[in-house]
Design a protein around this ligand. Sequence first.
Ligand code: DOR
Ligand code: ZN
Length: 344
Amino acid sequence: MTQLTIRRPDDWHLHLRDGAMLAGIAPESARHFGRAIIMPNLVPPVVTSEQAAAYRARIHDALPLGADFTPLMTLYLTEQTDAADVVQAHKDGIISAVKLYPAGATTNSASGVTDFDKVRGVLDAMAEAGVPLCVHGEVVDPDIDIFDREAVFIDRVLDPIRKATPGLRVIMEHITTKQGVDYARSGGETLGATITTHHLVINRNAILVGGIKPHYYCLPVAKREEHRLALREAATSGDATFFLGTDSAPHIDPLKENGCGCAGCFTATNTMSILAEVFEQDEALENLEAFASLNGPAFYGLEPNGTTITLTKGDPVAYPTKIETGDGPVTVFDPMMPLHWRVS
Ligand code: DOR
Ligand code: ZN
């Protein structure tokens, strides 16, 4: 196969930031994607429906003229979140989901949740009103090894929440482990899982072998090869549980190449070329559309996009290694392999 036409894909987990960074990187997602679930971990975080509506307007302002891109907004769950505001914002079409960050788990998560009992009322109201919960699934306990934090979260936090709040629609975001794949598969129709582009390509060696490689550091951190292979199998299987959420997370180079470097891989620019390469390697190109364009909208109760994109195979694709933004340069994820599929 040298040409593949699929419904326009969506990104079910994206960081667009704000200000000069937003202006620089929003076009990178708008080029190929129809919609994206926009993460609310700004400084300060997006915690009210008014803030979400204002942020959505700033995103629209940052898009190139005529862009076919719809930001789907989220609210950042805190222990003070007002259940009525969440339900109303969802009813009014201002938000598509709520984001749960365990406090301290990742970038700008300090306002997240420490005591999960304190958000029980909000979660009950969300289950009742059909508002999906996007979950960053890692415990923060210092005694839990960083490579085990996802698996422990499933047992200690996620499974109890789902049992206490039946009917709550949950998206396990950016799963990185075999345990995540297995749990998502066993969760029935109220449970979905997103998988990033980079976790399909790298294992933890990419970060640590031959010198420390800050541009491969993200959270949840990439795990052992057996976990990457489990993610590949899940993503390329066509199983409706799994869909694309790139977690494309730009940080300027000085903050990545740093004594305490920020977590995040920036993949918006070359994700579709990487995915086509990955699905071709796994002889599953016929399932790329399910993963990138169909399973996500189905989980969120939306129609797939009405337009299509065409991927064409040819000579290695040239793409920028950095995106210049008003805040500084952002390095584009290097998949360490030539890419042959371009979006035409
Ligand atoms: O690598 C990550 N970067 N993981 C997250 O959970 C947050 C994100 C960011 O905002 O930079
Ligand atoms: Zn993220």
